[in-house]
Design a protein. Structure first.
Ligand SMILES: Cc1cc2nc3c(=O)[nH]c(=O)nc-3n(C[C@H](O)[C@H](O)[C@H](O)COP(=O)(O)OP(=O)(O)OC[C@H]3O[C@@H](n4cnc5c(N)ncnc54)[C@H](O)[C@@H]3O)c2cc1C
Length: 401
């Protein structure tokens, strides 16, 4: 393996970022990924299988569901930086596994629950035993989330949820669904009147009074992504997250900054997987009596891929550090999300090219990295939405949109 990712090299590359502790965290996560995640991904992704419970349990033992959950609540008490570091490693094996670690936490914001219940469930979440599906998108509402139409109606001791949702990943496997609903006004009122609700349910099933079907997506296997129809789904009055109106939306939006940095980490991890596989293949594959790694076009491709990944990684370290310092990061989080995910599509496509015809088969993991990279430009806000956020910060919002 030519790629130089020894601990010493990392230390020299990133003197400001890589403490001994972080190097250790990175190296343990890398080992875990290569031994526990990659073989499962290679077996299950081609048959669209779900992430097995046994793997989820091992991830729970490693503490990966509780990276940012405070130690007193059963987590590791680490920051966004470590979260991104571990994410990159897991995504090198399987992006879906790097994604599922984002499904724990946030339960301390459920204002109606007792401190005891919040603590108990946060502790379970930190072990990976109480995980969320997130239901924001709707059939008619994607980028413009302020137009959410699904309704929650106040009915005595309960909320009653009715409306259609779309793209809800993990709706079946999760222990609860966090559903964004409108409690007052209509689409013209924008964020005002939007709240997030906890819909608890048995794992492996949809909630009562909610029907759904998996969407036939082209990648991101390991879990299913659902369209859902809530029809009078009743939940306790207490199951409401955070503050109301614009405040509630702001909570969602500030969570998106970390989510976008983590998406950059996912893109970097899978791009690195594609690069490492392409390097190995280029050294083994012989044409015209020599390894294809000896052709300048292959060498330069690999050089460009490695440089693009490293630039994205350093940018991610910078943004994660600022997020840990609680600095406002909406522009930078959008920049790194856009930069790293666009990079991942180019790099995984070049990796597939290095494999030639073999790349266009299910026989090598490079096709998985390529398919999953494509999604990173769409979810957590499309590339166009990131560019809109960045340009609005630079130029101010246009007078007429
Ligand atoms: C596999 C998968 C899993 C997902 N999982 C979840 C999930 O678990 N929970 C959840 O809530 N959602 C989920 N999503 C939804 C995802 O977040 C949305 O697909 C995404 O936000 C884009 O919304 P949309 O698909 O409706 O596209 P649209 O908003 O309809 O956009 C269509 C096109 O128009 C462009 N566009 C839109 N507005 C503008 C603008 N103002 N300026 C320039 N261009 C614009 C977009 O960039 C895009 O190219 C998932 C999606 C996929 C594909």
């Amino acid at each position: 393996m030519v790629m130089d990712r020894t601990e010493e090299a990392v230390r020299q590359d990133s003197p400001d970022y890589m403490t001994e502790e972080r190097l250790m965290i990175q190296s343990v996560a890398r080992d875990f990924t290569m031994k526990e995640v990659l073989p499962v991904a290679n077996e299950l992704d081609p048959v669209q299988g779900d992430i097995p419970m046994a793997l989820r349990e091992k991830m729970g033992e490693m503490g990966y569901f509780g990276i940012r959950i405070p130690e007193e609540y059963g987590g590791m008490g680490l920051g966004v930086f470590e979260y991104c570091l571990i994410t990159e490693e897991l995504a090198r094996g399987w992006m879906s596994v790097a994604s599922i670690i984002a499904r724990a936490g946030g339960l301390m914001n459920v204002q109606g629950w007792s401190e005891k219940k919040r603590l108990e469930l946060t502790r379970k979440a930190a072990r990976g035993e109480y995980l969320a599906a997130i239901s924001l998108s709707e059939p008619e509402v994607g980028s413009d989330l302020a137009k959410v139409a699904c309704r929650a109606v106040d009915d005595g001791d309960e909320w009653v949820i009715t409306g259609n949702k779309y793209w809800c990943t993990f709706a079946d496997g999760a222990d609860y669904i966090s559903v964004m609903c409108r409690v007052e006004g209509d689409a013209r009122d924008g964020y005002k009147g939007l709240r997030n609700f906890i819909v608890e349910k048995p794992r492996g099933e949809l909630p009562a009074n909610c029907k759904g079907a998996p969407i036939p997506k082209i990648g991101y296997f390991g879990w299913k992504t659902w369209e859902l129809a809530f029809d009078g789904c009743r939940i306790p009055k207490a199951n409401i997250i955070g503050n109301d109106g614009a405040e509630g939306f702001k909570t969602t939006a500030s969570g998106l900054e970390v989510a976008r940095a983590q998406t950059a980490a996912r893109a970097i991890g899978l791009a690195r997987g594609a690069l490492e596989d392409a390097i190995a293949y280029s050294q083994a594959r012989v044409q015209f009596d020599r390894p294809i790694a000896e052709f300048q076009e292959t060498r330069f491709k690999i050089a460009r891929m490695a440089a693009e990944i490293e630039a994205s990684r350093q940018f991610m370290y910078h943004v994660a550090t600022r997020l840990d310092n609680r600095q406002r990061q909406d522009k930078e989080a959008s920049m790194v999300k856009w930069f790293a995910t666009e990079m991942a599509e180019r790099v995984t496509s070049d990796a597939l090219q290095i494999f030639g015809g073999a790349g266009y088969t299910k026989l090598h993991a490079v096709e998985r990295y390529w398919r999953d990279a494509r999604l990173t430009k769409i979810f957590e806000g499309t590339s166009e939405i990131q560019l809109r956020i960045i340009s609005d910060r630079i130029l101010g919002k246009p007078a007429h949109r």
